[in-house]
Design a protein around this ligand. Structure first.
Ligand code: T4K
Length: 382
């Protein structure tokens, strides 16, 4: 270990953005005046309107977190059936599908952008298929045009887990323009957050009443009866206030992250054992994560462990693959590309107040430890 490279304080993969304390206090003052804390309060409604404008979406419902938003969206499909999805995602995607009474059918991913491989989708379609649940992994959009074409051909619904994709555009169009429904996470670790929170953006405006009711125990505004089995997934006024304030600076947040991305790639270019995702044409990205692909699994695991000595806490997003979880009975052999990516992936720190000198240090640590690993490997060989 090179002691000079050690960080004085822990550097994590992300650091939630907090607005100036006083601005939050100002915003939540009205909660004391109105005595209205949750259940579609005035700050919730203001937040919803502002999000509609920012995401360029006519239909939006807010949830207490992204996971319950996704689960609720999946429940609107009604009944049993299969959904084609990716194993290279956070546990939430697959748990939401399963909790909604549906069966995930795993499709392999593309090696370049880690998203579901649209050229393989058709081979997974059966008479039981209800939907495609694709994830815009790390905010990189899926092959949205091809997915739309296939979904029309087979009359399937498309639900995007857009947990990472807040603010992303494709050919100048909001990411919400694609698919029947998109779910955005507003968890503290995300590029845009409301402490915890989730957004559903959807095309069919008739869904609004159903979603409102489902997140409020199945209660509806028309009669006393409870016509569906709902849950409690409402976003409260304190969450909405945090979201509203953070929304004001979201463009600045993304542009700071863009600079961080360019510093990373400028310095990483010389480490031949490390690859990173290129910027895509026609995509306005949000730089939500900075994933790297390490040459092999042994080096990835070595780096993950060794950098902890420098107070650097990285994450293996996403390892293990969801089709390797012991709570399920699936098999990652069916998705070899995802297996390979998951064995080599590592997320580096990405947050707006990450300083250039910290980035340079992170890369030096990786370079230094990679050299140590290579020497060890050579000594084993000879
Ligand atoms: N679909 C996808 C594709 C997702 O990635 C997610 C969530 C969801 C659905 C579900 O959305 P939500 O229901 O969460 O809205 C984190 C987040 O908890 C999770 O939201 C996120 N994806 C996932 C990719 O990352 P962990 O287990 O890695 O979180 P944790 O606690 O280890 O935090 C990560 C780092 O952030 C730590 O190094 C410390 C730092 N941190 C974290 C928190 C919470 C802070 O500095 N302050 C904090 O308050 O899952």
């Amino acid at each position: 270990m090179n002691k000079e490279l050690k960080f004085d304080e822990q550097v994590n993969v992300t650091k939630p953005k907090l607005p100036p304390f006083q601005s939050y206090v100002e915003k939540i003052k009205s909660v004391w005046d109105s005595n209205w804390l949750t259940n579609n309060g005035p700050i919730h409604e203001e937040f919803k309107q502002k999000l509609k404008t920012y995401l360029n979406s006519e239909n939006i419902e807010l949830f207490v977190n992204g996971h319950l938003a996704l689960e609720t969206a999946l429940k609107t499909l009604g009944g049993k059936g299969e959904v084609i999805t990716t194993p290279f995602t956070f546990a939430s995607t697959i748990h939401a599908i399963t909790n909604a009474g549906l069966k995930p059918v795993f499709c392999d991913i593309e090696p370049e952008n880690f998203n579901i491989d649209s050229s393989l989708l058709e081979q997974h379609i059966t008479e039981h298929t209800k939907a495609i649940v694709a994830v815009h992994v790390f905010g990189y959009p899926c092959d949205v045009y091809k997915i739309e074409e296939i979904s029309k051909k087979y009359n399937l619904k498309v639900i995007y887990d857009a947990a990472h994709a807040f603010g992303v555009t494709v050919n100048g169009k909001s990411i919400t323009d694609f698919g029947d429904l998109s779910m955005f996470s507003m968890h503290a670790t995300k590029v845009f957050h409301s402490i915890e929170g989730g957004i559903l953006s959807f095309k069919n405006r008739d869904l609004a009443e159903t979603l409102k009711s489902m997140k409020n125990f199945g209660i509806n505004s028309h009669n006393d009866d409870i016509e569906m089995i709902g849950t409690n997934a409402k976003l409260n006024e304190f969450q909405a206030a945090m979201g509203l304030i953070n929304l004001k600076s979201i463009d600045e947040e993304i542009s700071k992250r863009k600079k961080i991305y360019s510093i990373y790639i400028r310095h990483l270019k010389d480490i031949k054992e490390i690859a990173y995702q290129a910027e895509l044409e026609n995509i306005a990205h949000n730089y939500s994560y900075f994933p790297i692909l390490v040459e092999n699994n042994k080096l990835r695991d070595f780096l993950f462990e060794e950098v902890k000595k420098y107070n650097l806490n990285l994450r293996k997003y996403f390892y293990p693959l969801c089709n390797d979880f012991s709570c399920y009975d699936y098999d990652s052999k069916q998705t070899p590309v995802a297996k390979d990516i998951s064995d080599r992936i590592l997320a580096l720190p990405m947050y707006s107040d990450l300083k250039e000198e910290a980035i340079v240090k992170i890369i030096k640590i990786i370079e230094h430890e990679t050299n140590i690993f290579n020497k060890k490997m050579l000594s084993v060989l000879y």
